[in-house]
Structure formats: C-alpha cells, structure tokens
Design a protein around this ligand. Structure first.
Ligand SMILES: [Cu+2]
Length: 221
C-alpha cells in the first residue's frame, strides 16, 4: 500500500505522508459522521423546523482554533521532513554530476567514470540508444549535482519518492542515501519534447564494495 522508502531521505517523506493521511482521514471521518448524523437526526418528518440558534461564540472560536492548530502541527512536521530531504551532507562519499538532455542522461562521477545513454526507441531524429544506469553504493551518501544542457527536464525516481527539476544554467544539489538494494526505475518527469516518454534511466543500488569494483572496472586507465 505505502511505497517502501528506499532511501533515508524517502523515509522522512513516508512518515510525513502517513501523518497527513491519518490526520486527513480523522477529519474526514468526523465530517462524514456529522453529515450522516445531521441528515438522519433532523430529516424532515413534518413541517416543523428543527431547533434554530445563532451566534454561538465558543463554538465558532473552537472551529476556528482547532483546525488552525491542526494546520500548524502539520506545517511543523512537513517543514521538518522537507529539511531532512533537502539536507546536504558535509562530506558525501560519492559525487555525481547529472546532466539531462533531449533525450537522455549523463552521469559523470567525480573522479570517473562517465555513464551516458539516450532514449532506447526514439520516435524521430536521433539513433536508438541505451538508457543509462546510475550506480549507487548502499548506505553511503551520494551527492547529485543536477543540471540540463537544453530545456527543463526532471529527475524522477519513484522508488526514492524523489523528483527534482533539471534546469539549464542552474545546478541543483541533493543527497541520496539508499538503504535498499535493487534496481529502480528512473524517468524524466517534465515534458521536454517528442521523446520525453522514452527518456528513462535506471538506478542500481549495490553494496559499497561492489560499487568500488564497478567503479574501478568502468574507469578507463
Ligand atoms: Cu526530459
């Protein structure tokens, strides 16, 4: 039912999501309950009106302050979750410069290697490529420095509950600390032209020693 948080950053979002859903559901049940109660209790039986009243300050203050308190609490928790997602480690283990272009991705690891690939089945224009794979070490912090070399794209890994726009001329930095092994789907989430739908990539999370072996092997000497 809930997407399993595959990174430390995603776990902050999952808890926030649960909190918002629970709070929303509690409010919904109360409102639905009151609607059903009112509809049954004061349904029309004859031509008499049910008891009428107006101007009830305590009631009005309550239904102003209680929702306000609710929103304030949710704001604090959402702010805290966002701060955890946005936080940048002082010393990330790996740094990758990610460049999005029409219609592919380049993952340039600081110190090598550089992995690049384009749309597998482009509709027009460029030749078919192979969507690239972003390799990440489990449990370590990888700094992504995201940019674009043409139009606005968006780096989206649904399994990480993470999406960030790739904007030409700007570098957006974020950290990913995977806590689950496996291969995850990645896509461009910002419509960027004809082959936008084909602009995919994958993310593979491997144990740290395997990551080091991959890196040594992929690095031409
Ligand atoms: Cu794109």
């Amino acid at each position: 039912m809930w997407p399993a948080p595959a990174t430390e950053q995603a776990s902050a979002l999952t808890s926030n999501w649960l909190l918002f859903t629970t709070a929303g559901l509690a409010v919904a049940l109360l409102v639905w309950g009151l609607i059903i109660f009112a509809a049954l209790r004061w349904r029309r039986r004859d031509d008499e009106l049910p008891p009428q009243f107006n101007n009830n300050p305590p009631l009005e203050i309550a239904w102003t302050l209680v929702p306000l308190a609710f929103v304030c609490v949710l704001f604090v928790y959402a702010y805290d979750a966002e701060a955890k997602v946005e936080a940048l480690a002082s010393k990330p283990s790996v740094t990758v410069r990610v460049n999005a272009y029409r219609w592919g991705w380049t993952f340039a690891y600081a110190g090598g290697p550089v992995v690049s690939g384009a749309a597998a089945a482009p509709i027009l224009g460029s030749a078919a490529g192979t969507p690239p794979q972003l390799e990440l070490p489990l449990g370590e912090t990888t700094r992504i420095e995201l940019t674009s070399s043409d139009v606005t794209h968006s780096f989206w890994v649904p399994g990480f509950l993470f999406k960030r726009d790739a904007i030409p001329g700007q570098v957006s930095a974020f950290d990913l600390q995977p806590r689950q092994l496996g291969t995850f789907v990645g896509r461009c989430a910002q419509f960027c032209g004809l082959d936008h739908a084909m602009m995919t990539f994958s993310v593979r999370v491997v144990p740290a020693d395997e990551f080091d072996r991959w890196r040594t092997q992929a690095n031409p000497r």
